[in-house]
Design a protein around this ligand. Structure first.
Ligand SMILES: Nc1nc2c([nH]c(=O)n2[C@H]2C[C@H](O)[C@@H](COP(=O)(O)OP(=O)(O)OP(=O)(O)O)O2)c(=O)[nH]1
Length: 174
């Protein structure tokens, strides 16, 4: 089968930046995931995040989104992944293609709480509810929760189906 991912990587070399953060407990055994109540990925369980606004750094957006969506102030975090998402069949008026900057949150202030956008819950890292998450998560989320860092690209045929993927383990994520 012809590889279409390189075509998309070249065509969309500048992608919209989006953040995604998973709070993890001190012993690394629990991770906070949340049900997205609206917008892109509605109904799925996911980390916390959203679009980087113009004039904002990725770190600023990470901290703002965590505060807006679950009411906690992020104090310590680590970048663990950068994932490019391409969609073969986005409607012409909508561009779903984006670059997701993935972080693990290590320290924060305030108890995570529900907002209009997300309903958070603590989950065992060893029992991730992958069937309720994005289809790509099973390929990279266990890696980053076990201490690895990754750079990846996924090409989706539609919101549920992956057509191609590439995952690389790295020492540092830029
Ligand atoms: N785990 C996982 N997260 C994903 C995938 N694709 C994807 O966009 N995300 C994350 C990145 C963001 O945190 C979130 C989408 O945020 P968004 O900014 O596009 O959605 P939104 O409509 O709620 O916008 P906003 O107001 O919060 O900025 O979903 C995926 O395949 N897996």
């Amino acid at each position: 089968m012809a590889e279409r991912l390189p075509y998309y990587e070249q065509k969309y070399s500048r992608l919209r930046d989006v953040t995604l953060c998973y709070l993890v407990s001190g012993d690394g055994k629990k991770v906070l995931i949340a049900m997205k109540k609206r917008g892109f990925g509605k109904g799925k369980l996911n980390g916390i995040g959203g679009k980087v606004e113009s004039g904002e750094s990725i770190t600023d957006a990470l901290i703002r989104e965590t505060s807006e969506e679950i009411g906690t102030r992020l104090l310590e975090f680590e970048k663990v992944g950068m994932i490019n998402f391409y969609f073969e069949n986005s409607p012409p008026d909508k561009d779903f293609n984006q670059r997701v900057h993935v972080f693990l949150g290590r320290k924060w202030e305030g108890e995570p709480s529900e907002s209009e956008e997300m309903a958070p819950m603590w989950t065992d890292v060893s029992r991730l509810p992958l069937e309720k998450m994005w289809a790509d998560d099973e390929y990279w989320l266990p890696l980053v929760l076990s201490g690895k860092k990754i750079v990846a690209s996924f090409l989706f045929e539609n919101e549920e189906k992956i057509s191609e993927m590439k995952i690389e383990e790295v020492n540092v994520v830029e």
